[in-house]
Every structure is written in structure tokens, then in C-alpha cells.
Design a protein. Structure first.
Length: 331
């Protein structure tokens, strides 16, 4: 088994031995404890340990790709001491199938290429992110993704984080416009900004509980980090977006309001109502707004009330965001 330490751009991928050492397990112990569960096809360590993150309390996450699996299987759980090992089995062609659906069009930005076109579902994007640093359990197993595919996944991950930032920014602006004091909404913007900063260049934008470690590893400017954790309004968010080298992004013009996708019109006799996403009946169709191409044209208080009632939603106009991004031509 390889003991070399590899670097993928600025993303450090530890050796299998180094990764498992964080939970006090050796590759040999893992192979012995897993037995035939790990031998029906190429097997890979994925997740936080393979990303070079993780700690003594982390799970060991393994994915096996085998001709015996017709569809992804529920995780198989066993323990090495007190350390949980989750093993998932996938069809042999699963990686090829998922990567084949990725849009290969990107646009250059100051923080690195960002994907255009259709966004992968969150489940697929999570899998793709894991595959970027997957470590084979057995010598001779091929890498799950090549360099070009890893770069493309990083571009999709980066775009996903930008879209999430715009959604949180829009939500915070909307609450503020409706007269609500919502520091938690601005904190969400700050976390999205930090994740974007941690995913510049060839790095993967890793968030969640590993956000702090990812930011520390990225070498992001201390002033940016300090400002992001204290952000309190839209002008501060805009300033940090500019500090990252991105263009002037206005969430009001890049988001649009639509009827909630889980709401629907229903008829009771001659009357028409709207069944909200929460299962409640509301008035007539006039209570549900039509698509609003300019978010500023919607009454903020009514929008907050409609979203809370499960009647409204807002979504990112991905084409408009792509058009707004600075840094060159699509390729």
C-alpha cells in the first residue's frame, strides 16, 4: 500500500496510512475486519479522513464499486474497537454514470473556475466531492477521478457555494427589508463567504463542521475571516465579495420569486384555493404571486409571510449569475 503523500493543487490528500492513523486504525486492521465486505470490487476510503481532515471520533467511510451491485446499497456498519466503519456498495459504472452527467462548461473567476449549465443534485455533488480525494484500500486500484474531472468537480462545488451565498444573502436582505432583526441570517452569509474563500484555486470548498479547518488550511487573509464572521448587513457582504475579486453581485436582481414548488391549486366545488407546502388551504389564486422577474418589485413583508406559509419561494437565476460573473469567456 502506498505511503506517499500526494498534493492535488492546494488540496492535500494524505496516504491511506496517514488518514487512518487519526482514528488509530491501520490499513491491515481495516482489511482484516472488513473481510469479504471490502473485496467484491475496488474499495476506497472517502470523506473527512480522505480529505485530510477528521479526528479521533471520525467514522471510517468506505465505498466499494462492484459488478454485483445493481444499485447503490444502504450502508453496511461494523466496528473496529469503538470506531464505526460505514461501507457502501455501488454499481461498477456508477462513477462513470455520474461524471458523464456533469456540465463541462465553466467560466473563469478570481476564485477559480465556476461551472455553468445544469447543477448536479446535492447528493451527486456530495459523492463527487468525496471521490476527488478517495484513497484506494488496495494497491493498484485506479483513481476514481482524473485531474480534469477533479478540477471540474471543484468548479461545480465552487458554483454551488456561490449559489448558496446568494440564497442566504437574499434571505437576509428580505428579512431586513421586512423589518426583521436577523443576525443569524447574516451569519449564514458569513459562513458561505468563508467556504467560498476556502475553495479558491484548486481547493475543494468544504464546509459544515470542517469549515474552520478548511479555512485555516486555505491560508485566507485574517482580515477577511474576521470580517466574515462579523458581517451584519448587505454592504458588508458586498464588500467581502469584492475582496474575493468577484464582480458586483446583486441578489435582488439575481433571484426571482415563484410559487412554492410543493404548493398547488385545488378546487372545492366552484371555489379555487391554494394548498400550501405545509398542507394548509389559502384563499384564491390571487393570494399566490406570479413570477416576479425583479425581486425588488415584491413587497418584502408579504414575501416573508408567503414564504413562511409555504406559498412562495425564491430561486437563483443561474443564467443571470453566469452572465454577471467576471473573468472571461465560457469554455
Amino acid at each position: 500500500m502506498s505511503t506517499e503523500r500526494e498534493e492535488e493543487g492546494d488540496l492535500v490528500s494524505p496516504s491511506l496510512s496517514e488518514a487512518l492513523k487519526k482514528v488509530g486504525v491501520t490499513p491491515e486492521q481495516l482489511a482484516q475486519a472488513g473481510g469479504s465486505v471490502l473485496t467484491s470490487g475496488p474499495a476506497y476510503l472517502v470523506g473527512s479522513l480522505a480529505h485530510g481532515l477528521g479526528n479521533r471520533g471520525s467514522d471510517i467511510d468506505v465505498q466499494v464499486f462492484t459488478e454485483e451491485a445493481e444499485r447503490p446499497s444502504p450502508p453496511f456498519l461494523f466496528f473496529i474497537g469503538r470506531t464505526p466503519v460505514d461501507v457502501e456498495h455501488y454499481p461498477a459504472a456508477h462513477v462513470t454514470d455520474v461524471t458523464g452527467e456533469l456540465s463541462a462548461v465553466t467560466v473563469s473567476t478570481a476564485v477559480g473556475p465556476m461551472a455553468c449549465g445544469a447543477a448536479p443534485a446535492s447528493r451527486e455533488l456530495r459523492s463527487l466531492t468525496r471521490w476527488c480525494t478517495a484513497l484506494p484500500l488496495r494497491e493498484g486500484s485506479p483513481a476514481l477521478l482524473d485531474d480534469g474531472q477533479r478540477s471540474l468537480v471543484a468548479a461545480h462545488r465552487r458554483r454551488s457555494v456561490l449559489d448558496a451565498l446568494l440564497e442566504r444573502w437574499m434571505a437576509a436582505e428580505l428579512l431586513a427589508a421586512a423589518g426583521h432583526d436577523s443576525p443569524h441570517a447574516w451569519r449564514g452569509c458569513g459562513r458561505a463567504l468563508l467556504q467560498l474563500a476556502a475553495g479558491t484555486g484548486d481547493r475543494l470548498a468544504i464546509g459544515g463542521k470542517w469549515l474552520v479547518a478548511s479555512v485555516q488550511r486555505s491560508g485566507a487573509a485574517e482580515s477577511l475571516v474576521s470580517a466574515a464572521v462579523r458581517v451584519r448587513d448587505g454592504s458588508e457582504v458586498a464588500g467581502l465579495v469584492a475582496e474575493l475579486g468577484l464582480p458586483d453581485l446583486d441578489p435582488w436582481s439575481l433571484c426571482r420569486f415563484v410559487p412554492h414548488p410543493r404548493s398547488e391549486e385545488v378546487r372545492l366545488g366552484r371555489e379555487r384555493y391554494v394548498l400550501s407546502a405545509h398542507g394548509a388551504l389559502h384563499g384564491g389564486t390571487s393570494d399566490v404571486p406570479a413570477d416576479a422577474p425583479d425581486a425588488r418589485g415584491v413587497d418584502a413583508a408579504a414575501a416573508v409571510e408567503g414564504i413562511g406559509a409555504g406559498l412562495w419561494a425564491f430561486e437563483i437565476d443561474r443564467a443571470a449569475v453566469t452572465a454577471a460573473l467576471d473573468g472571461g469567456e465560457e469554455r
